[in-house]
Ligand binder design. Structure first.
Ligand code: AMP
Length: 191
């Protein structure tokens, strides 16, 4: 059975780092919509030019656009045994679209891991990352805006997945290794 996992949580909670570890240990791909959009922007094509100003402001690109991108991505053969979603869905309509896409291929999310982290701690981490990686959406004003967007548009997913009975809360205010230990134990129960 495919292992379809979703990582939820605020920006800066460590989802990308943990997704890469899961990818290494379980041979299923990390699918990061943020990485995909940044690549599209770097390559300078039509999609990149369309989304660049939105990403730079810290707003969300439209549900329609991101669902289309994700539909293409999930059709690739490397997702056959499962995937780790990181950064999608970010709105209720995106979550509903994902449910439909999975349903149409007879699959469903095995687990939604929600990374819980105080906003102040997450902001501190993002400020550090801004220095290290030079992401243009990691400047202080944009970071604060991304949190407003996250609270308004993405936080409702907590309830959505709690109701589905697939949500597992995770204390993300621990070291990378400690967080991964918890994730590994949860995954062992499901794979
Ligand atoms: P991330 O690296 O996941 O923080 O994503 C960086 C930026 O890409 C976000 O601030 C949004 O502008 C855009 N983005 C990534 N994923 C999505 C999504 N699922 N829906 C809408 N916009 C997204």
């Amino acid at each position: 059975m495919a292992l379809d996992i979703l990582l939820l949580g605020p920006p800066g909670a460590g989802k990308g780092t943990q997704a890469k570890r899961i990818e290494d240990d379980h041979a299923i791909p990390q699918i990061s919509t943020g990485d995909m959009l940044r690549e599209a922007i770097a390559s300078g094509g039509g999609l990149g030019r369309q989304v660049a100003p939105i990403v730079e402001r810290g707003d969300l690109v439209s549900d329609e656009l991101i669902v289309a991108v994700m539909r293409d991505r999930l059709e690739r053969s490397d997702t056959r045994d499962g995937f780790i979603l990181d950064g999608f869905p970010r709105t209720i309509p995106q979550a509903e679209a994902l449910d439909q896409m999975l349903d149409s291929i007879g699959r469903s999310l095995a687990m939604v891991l929600e990374f819980e982290l105080e906003e102040d701690e997450a902001v501190d981490r993002l400020m550090g990352r801004a220095v290290e990686e030079g992401r243009t959406d990691d400047d202080p004003d944009v970071i604060r805006h991304r949190f407003v967007v996250w609270r308004e548009q993405t936080l409702p997913l907590t309830e959505y997945y709690t109701e589905q009975g697939v949500r597992v809360a995770l204390d993300a205010d621990q070291s990378v290794d400690e967080v991964y230990e918890v994730i590994a134990a949860e995954l062992q129960q499901r794979s």
